[in-house]
Design a protein around this ligand. Structure first.
Ligand code: ZN
Ligand code: ZN
Length: 365
């Protein structure tokens, strides 16, 4: 991974954002910038270079993983260590001129922020920085796309396992367990999120994570699942029908599939993400199902399962080559059932490419 280039671009963005340095505390951003995959650390990026702070539990891991940054293993928390280090070194070299240290507001608790400012000399001001790293992470480089492809391939295979297990009377949680066991045996770091297996009326819950309920004898089963492989996430939803399908069930399924295809066809560089959302919504509206599509059309995926850009109304982002997003329209009839179909696509120079494309015809079990 190009840690040097990523840090360099971030460094170059500091002056325009009126920051003298940026303290990264969000673990996914830390991993993106220097490769550290542990759970305690802080990365200081300044014009003079980068310094990574962690604690004694991560000495060896940090030595082997962290790139393009000096390493400080502290006895205290990484944040306290960073504050003390700043007080001693960075600030000392800049006399008494006031300095602005950017922090990541969404990822710093009030208590942590207080602790940080207590440890800093008076002439250092803390200021909430814009999401510079998140913006950079929206466009994936070739190494990342390769990693995502591998994660999507592995994640996609889990649906085959689900098809072997889903039967009326089998508990949703058993289906999830079999998929998760297969994922770990296949080498996944973890699941990207709690596996969703939602059958019968529960399929109308967009986030119906697997429960102890047995799979109903008739109705849809929504399976939403993904793995993390080498740090990168996959995300996919397939919906199958258990029992004799009604005409209405088939009609709704086909409408969701058409909505997803129309949205995928709309993905290309230069298009606003809100347009992709609108296309998905319009197809469902034309089928009289508009009011039942109750969430946004998709989201970015990478080191995190949900990251920028959001594919939703009112979002400003313009699609660029290298962005990886999901397209996941759904229809939810409360108390009855729901259908969702989700795939990840990577934006290419001309349009987009669906990752690990598989058949999406109506499946009856
Ligand atoms: Zn999903
Ligand atoms: Zn998703």
């Amino acid at each position: 991974m190009d840690y040097v280039g990523r840090q360099q671009r971030l460094r170059e963005a500091l002056p325009a954002n009126r920051l003298d340095a940026l303290l990264i505390t969000h673990l996914s951003n830390i991993r993106y910038l220097c490769g550290f995959s542990g759970s305690a650390g802080a990365l200081l990026v300044s014009p003079a270079g980068s310094t990574f702070f962690t604690d004694g539990r991560y000495t060896e891991q940090a030595k082997s993983e962290v790139q393009a940054a000096k390493l400080v293993v502290a006895r205290k928390t990484p944040l306290t260590a960073a504050a003390e280090w700043l007080g001693r070194k960075w600030i000392a070299s800049r006399a008494r001129k006031s300095q602005t240290l950017g922090i990541e507001g969404p990822y710093l608790t009030v208590a942590a922020r207080r602790g940080l400012s207590d440890g800093l000399p008076r002439h250092i001001r803390l200021r909430e920085a814009p999401p510079l790293v998140e913006r950079a992470r929206m466009v994936k480089d070739a190494d990342e796309i390769l990693a995502i492809r591998t994660a999507v391939d592995q994640g996609a295979a889990l649906f085959d396992r689900a098809l072997q297990v889903i039967r009326p009377g089998v508990r949703e949680i058993e289906v999830a367990a079999e998929m998760e066991y297969a994922a770990r045996k296949g080498g996944a770091d973890a699941m990207s999120f709690e596996t969703i297996i939602a059958s019968g009326a529960r399929s109308a819950l967009p986030h119906g994570r697997a429960s102890n309920a047995p799979i109903a004898a008739g109705g849809f089963v929504v399976c939403d699942f993904g793995v993390i492989l080498h740090g990168y996430c996959s995300d996919r939803t397939r919906t199958v029908y258990v029992g004799a399908a009604t005409t209405e069930a088939r009609r709704v399924y086909e409408a969701v599939l058409a909505s997803q295809q129309a949205a995928i066809d709309a993905v290309r560089p230069g298009v606003n993400v809100s347009r992709v959302d609108r296309v998905a919504r319009k197809t469902l509206q034309q089928n009289g199902l508009g009011p039942y599509f109750t969430h946004s059309t998709g989201h970015g995926v990478g080191l995190e399962i949900h990251e920028a850009p959001r594919v939703a109304q009112g979002q400003p982002e313009i699609l660029r080559p290298g962005m990886v997003i999901t397209i996941e329209p759904g229809v939810y009839l409360p108390g009855k059932w729901g259908v969702r179909i989700e795939d990840m696509v990577v934006v290419t120079e001309q349009g987009c490419e669906a990752l690990a494309p598989t058949q999406k015809e109506f499946i009856v079990i």
